[in-house]
Design a protein around this ligand. Structure first.
Ligand SMILES: Cc1cc2nc3c(=O)[nH]c(=O)nc-3n(C[C@H](O)[C@H](O)[C@H](O)COP(=O)(O)OP(=O)(O)OC[C@H]3O[C@@H](n4cnc5c(N)ncnc54)[C@H](O)[C@@H]3O)c2cc1C
Length: 345
């Protein structure tokens, strides 16, 4: 049986962030993930400046695709509002693998099924033993299932369903577009350009409200695809896939003895825009601090509101524009960007 101080189930942003912090603190850490990295993760890949800062990520030395949008374009019925701000995109396929490798933690490919408390620690599938266990396995995390589900049942009214596709596409519009409540969608759809001619298009909405409101997500998708093919993404072909996760609810119990849940396993995404990466990273850092320093494990304030981040970055953007007028760069895979794309070609 393989033994370690800390076993982390799941190598997404929550797991890799916890792994990195624990390795830095000198802990003996092992990450288990059922997938082989780099792996596909359905996600628009929009990240905030807070995420970049909290990860101590230097976009200039990041070896993969990283794009800063010149602005968001928010569409609501007949309104179309340009929001100049500083927000970014990455490809999860590349970014998650990079974060995990950067953590320095060993990774084993293993689909965790059975978790059994064992003295002051846990046994996993009869193959691994650890003193501390971090559940970072996303919505269907086995640590959540085995140790937390009964105490923190999922709130169905907070379940988000999604459909999305990330394609190689020579986009011309470098803005990130968000369409709210189109055709009574209880959520929004997006167009998120990525550096180097990649593009993510998707829909996310509250499952319970969509069912009662008539149109299903596939019908919403068909309308979105039709609109995009008539304009922003002419000639593109989509074959979308779906996934579901949970917006932040009352997460009462996030630690049980030496077991912790983080990220989507705890259901921490923001209530306004379903942003889950930032809360995943913050909860991963907190779990690591609880184990390494004995800090309390509290997640009350890890979620916040995504519009707060957007508003803060509008101010940053305004200050930058005032300080550096006339800056202009060209976005690869797209048209001219009159602002902050922080990667030189
Ligand atoms: C379509 C879509 C678009 C989204 N867009 C955005 C966005 O643009 N910005 C944003 O901030 N958030 C977005 N989110 C939410 C975001 O993707 C998640 O909140 C975030 O990935 C959570 O990170 P995590 O580390 O908790 O879990 P995950 O990233 O899901 O990682 C969990 C890992 O656990 C592994 N795992 C699962 N089960 C097991 C098992 N039994 N054994 C071993 N390993 C296992 C998985 O393989 C996976 O690698 C989106 C979500 C969806 C579905």
């Amino acid at each position: 049986m393989r033994s370690c101080d800390v076993l982390i189930v799941g190598g997404g942003p929550a797991g890799s962030t916890a792994a990195r912090a624990l390795r830095r603190a000198g802990a003996d850490v092992l990450v288990l993930d059922r997938e082989r990295f780099p792996r596909l993760k359905l996600c628009a890949g929009w990240i905030t400046p807070e995420v970049v800062r909290e990860l101590e990520m230097d976009p200039d030395s990041y070896p993969h695709r990283f794009l800063t949008f010149p602005r968001l374009r928010v569409h609501y019925r007949a309104l179309s509002l340009p929001v100049p701000c500083v927000q970014h995109s990455i490809r999860r396929f590349e970014w998650d693998a990079w974060l995990l490798e950067r953590s320095g933690a060993p990774l084993e490919q293993h689909n965790v099924r059975e978790i059994v408390p064992d003295g002051d620690g846990y046994r996993i599938d009869g193959l691994y033993r650890c003193r501390y266990l971090i559940g970072a396995g996303g919505t269907r995390c086995p640590v959540y299932r085995a140790l937390f589900r009964e105490l923190n049942p999922r709130a169905h009214e907070l379940q988000i369903v999604t459909l999305e596709h990330e394609i190689e596409y020579d986009w011309q519009d470098p803005d990130c577009h968000l369409w709210f409540c189109e055709h009574e969608l209880p959520g929004y759809s997006w167009y998120v350009p990525k550096e180097g001619g990649w593009l993510n298009v998707g829909i996310g909405a509250i499952a319970a409200r969509m069912k009662s409101d008539g149109l299903g997500i596939k019908e919403h998708w068909a309308r979105l695809a039709e609109r995009l093919s008539g304009g922003l993404t002419r000639g593109a072909h989509y074959d979308p896939a779906g996934y579901s996760y949970y917006l932040r609810g009352n997460v009462e119990v996030v630690r049980r003895d030496n077991a912790f849940i983080t990220g989507d396993a705890a259901g921490l995404a923001t209530r306004d825009l379903g942003e889950g990466i930032g809360p995943a990273i913050r909860s991963g850092l907190r779990a690591a601090a609880a184990i390494a320093d004995g800090a309390p494990y509290r997640l009350d304030d890890v979620t916040g509101a995504s519009v707060g981040s957007i508003a803060r970055s509008m101010l940053t953007r305004a200050a930058h524009t005032l300080g550096a007028p006339g800056r202009s760069r060209r976005a690869p895979g797209g048209g001219p960007v009159d602002g902050l794309r922080h990667r030189d070609q």
